[in-house]
Each structure stands twice: as structure tokens, then as C-alpha cells.
Design a binder for this molecule. Structure first.
Ligand SMILES: [Zn+2]
Length: 139
């Protein structure tokens, strides 16, 4: 998969987003200290989300989904970055959000003290719908 170069964000911004995630975990529902996520929009705003669990697991909302929804509630659909790591279902959600907005969303993660920024286009092989950023003619 060939992808266009994704935006590389300043380290301090990424670390602020990850710190926000750490603080927001206390608000996951109904059990604190589960999962949280933060998105960064093209306008420079950040929106947090937390996991919202239910006894019927199919109704559980992942933190990434609630963060993306939080941005959408405020009329912001151009997501440029989101915190990770993310489960496969959320990768699909992030992928589709990127395809819809024409933005190769950057996933921000930490591995130990090391900051990692990975474009979503580099994550799901043979993603559906097709890779808008592909340069090899597959659509
Ligand atoms: Zn998930």
C-alpha cells in the first residue's frame, strides 16, 4: 500500500493528547479506568471520548467512536489525528472517517517513552472501502 504523506504533528501536542486520554479514563462508563480516546480536528480542536459499556456487548461504544461522535456533535468532521492503539473495529471507523473527509488520519501512540505517529492508511491491508490514497490504481 502506498499512502500519501500524513501530517506529522508536534511531539508536545501528541503528548498533550495522550495525557488527556490518561485523565479521561476515569470517566469511562460504568467502570472507570477503561478506555479513552481524543481526536484532533482540522480546526485544531480536540474532543475526548470514553468507552461506554453495556451488558449487551454489541451495544458497547468504544472510546474512539464516542470521540468521533463528540467531534461530529460540534459539527467537526475533518479529523486529522486520534489517539491509539485502536481495536480493528475502531481502525475501520477511523479509516472511513478519513476516507469521507479525504484526510489520512494520524494515529498517535506511545511505546514506552517513544512517541509513534502512524497514518491510518498504513494500518488496514485491503481496507474497505478502497484506499483513496492508493497510487497503484486499485479502487
Ligand atoms: Zn475499539
Amino acid at each position: 500500500m502506498t499512502a500519501c504523506a500524513a501530517t506529522i504533528l508536534p511531539d508536545d501536542l501528541c503528548r498533550d493528547m495522550l495525557a488527556e486520554v490518561a485523565a479521561m479514563r476515569a470517566n469511562s462508563y460504568p467502570t472507570p479506568q477503561r478506555v479513552a480516546a481524543v481526536v484532533l480536528t482540522a480546526r485544531g480542536n480536540r474532543y475526548a471520548g470514553v468507552s461506554y459499556h453495556t451488558a449487551i456487548m454489541a451495544l458497547t461504544m468504544h472510546a474512539e467512536a464516542t470521540a468521533l461522535e463528540h467531534a461530529a456533535i460540534h459539527g467537526e468532521r475533518e479529523i486529522v489525528a486520534i489517539t491509539g492503539p485502536n481495536c480493528q473495529a475502531c481502525k475501520q471507523l477511523i479509516w472511513e472517517s478519513g476516507v469521507n473527509a479525504g484526510i489520512d488520519i494520524v494515529v498517535i501512540m506511545e511505546e514506552g517513552d517513544r512517541l509513534i505517529q502512524v497514518p491510518i492508511s498504513a494500518m488496514p491491508p485491503y481496507a474497505w472501502p478502497a484506499n483513496r490514497w492508493a497510487t497503484h490504481g486499485e479502487q
